[in-house]
Write a protein that binds this ligand. Structure first.
Ligand code: SF4
Ligand code: SF4
Length: 372
């Protein structure tokens, strides 16, 4: 059986206790590290936002994991390649850097080191940061967030930060408009990196226009597992979505990587809490399952650029994998070239990029949860 630990954690003052319980529930699913050996901790350092914005993994979660690594006698290193800004800047703004310094853990920017090529099940020429690919012990610390392109960003998607810097753009271009192709590349990364442990920060999650412009929502949970695809399946369910609407989870179910009858969820009871989906995302419209998935590729909306908010910084143009944007305020947009990856929305520092809802929006009322 694959075990997913699900532990209530109402606020960030109680993460240590919640993590200890989660690791107890995982029992013999390890080992997760070895005394004297390095362990690479990979939080979500998407872009420079304060911890309260719920864009990045909360420093209290990293703090607890660093303590756990030290208790095991391991030598922790913290690493990521942000989508926007250097790892040091993102870590400073989010509070991660102060935690690293307190534990004496080095912070690596995976965007500036050596690159290794590797072959996955689908793609033969994946490029990854050497430190991540060669790490014997990798701890994956995603933030629980909605995501305009992928429905949700959870354990599997968090590994995309191990693709260095602008090489992420090439991965989006290769996938084109197909979210399934992009999901396959993420599963290739999972196969290559195979984190020993994934701990999902769902104490305060994000709903709406994730992964960077959504609203914090108190979900009050930590999930942990040695199997990120199984953890993602449970998290999608707890977000109030059909797990098959999240492309990476759908692929895992289709390929037999996740077999729900073989997943044992241990820990505290928790009911699904309906997240507001990111507009335009695969979780955003309701039709019978097969029809919805057939239409998903057809109905992907184009991003829109708000001239009142745009500063002309050109960050979106640099991030666009398809060459669909020409600098300006707002940028000039090519409908034909756009592959609907929504990197422009994800990385715009001014909130000037919006993605409209798909044709048929979810009409069910949003229930529960504390929105802030
Ligand atoms: S849309 Fe955003 S990222 Fe693009 S130029 Fe305007 S402010 Fe910069
Ligand atoms: S315009 Fe935006 S959504 Fe379209 S390809 Fe470029 S970054 Fe992706």
């Amino acid at each position: 059986m694959t075990v997913v630990a699900r532990v209530v954690c109402p606020d960030y003052d109680r993460v240590d206790d919640a993590l200890r319980r989660a690791l107890e529930f995982l029992g013999d699913q390890g080992p997760f590290a070895a005394p004297g050996e390095p362990v690479l901790l990979k939080p979500n350092l998407l872009a420079p936002y304060p911890a309260a914005a719920a864009v990045t993994t909360h420093p209290a979660v990293l703090d607890a994991l660093l303590s756990a690594a030290c208790d095991l006698g391991a030598r922790p290193v913290v690493a990521d390649s942000p989508g926007f800004g250097s790892a040091e800047r993102v870590a400073r703004v989010s509070g991660i850097l102060a935690v690293c310094r307190r534990h004496g853990a080095p912070l690596l920017d995976l965007g500036v080191g050596e690159v290794r090529r590797a072959s996955g099940r689908t793609y033969r020429d994946l490029e990854l940061a050497r430190e991540a690919l060669e790490a014997r012990w990798l701890w994956n610390l995603p933030k629980w967030k909605t995501h305009t392109m992928m429905g949700l960003t959870l354990g599997v998607k968090n590994l995309y930060g191990c693709v260095p810097g602008k090489r992420k753009v090439a991965g989006h271009f290769r996938a084109g408009r197909s979210v399934d192709s992009f999901a396959r590349s993420l599963l290739d990364l999972w196969d290559l990196l195979k984190p020993a442990l994934t701990v999902l920060d769902g104490v305060v999650a994000m709903e709406g226009a994730g992964p960077s412009r959504g609203r914090p929502i108190v979900r009050g949970l930590l999930l942990a597992s040695s199997d990120a695809p199984a953890l993602d399946w449970e998290a999608a369910r707890l977000s109030g979505f059909d797990p098959r609407d999240v492309p990476t989870v759908r692929l895992c179910l289709a390929q037999g990587r996740v077999r729900p009858e073989r997943v044992e969820v241990c820990g505290d009871p928790a009911e699904p809490l309906r997240f507001e989906p990111a507009a335009g995302s695969p979780c955003d419209f309701s039709l019978p399952g097969p029809l919805k998935r057939l239409l998903a590729g057809v109905l992907s909306p184009a991003p829109r650029f708000d001239a009142r908010l745009c500063t002309g910084c050109a960050a979106c143009c640099e991030a666009c994998p398809a060459g669909a944007l020409t600098p300006g305020a707002p940028p000039e947009f090519s409908q034909e070239r756009c592959v609907r990856c929504y990197c422009c929305q994800e990385l715009c520092p001014s909130g000037a990029v919006r993605v409209p809802p798909r044709g048929i929006r979810r009409r069910l009322p949003l229930v529960g949860g504390r929105r802030s």
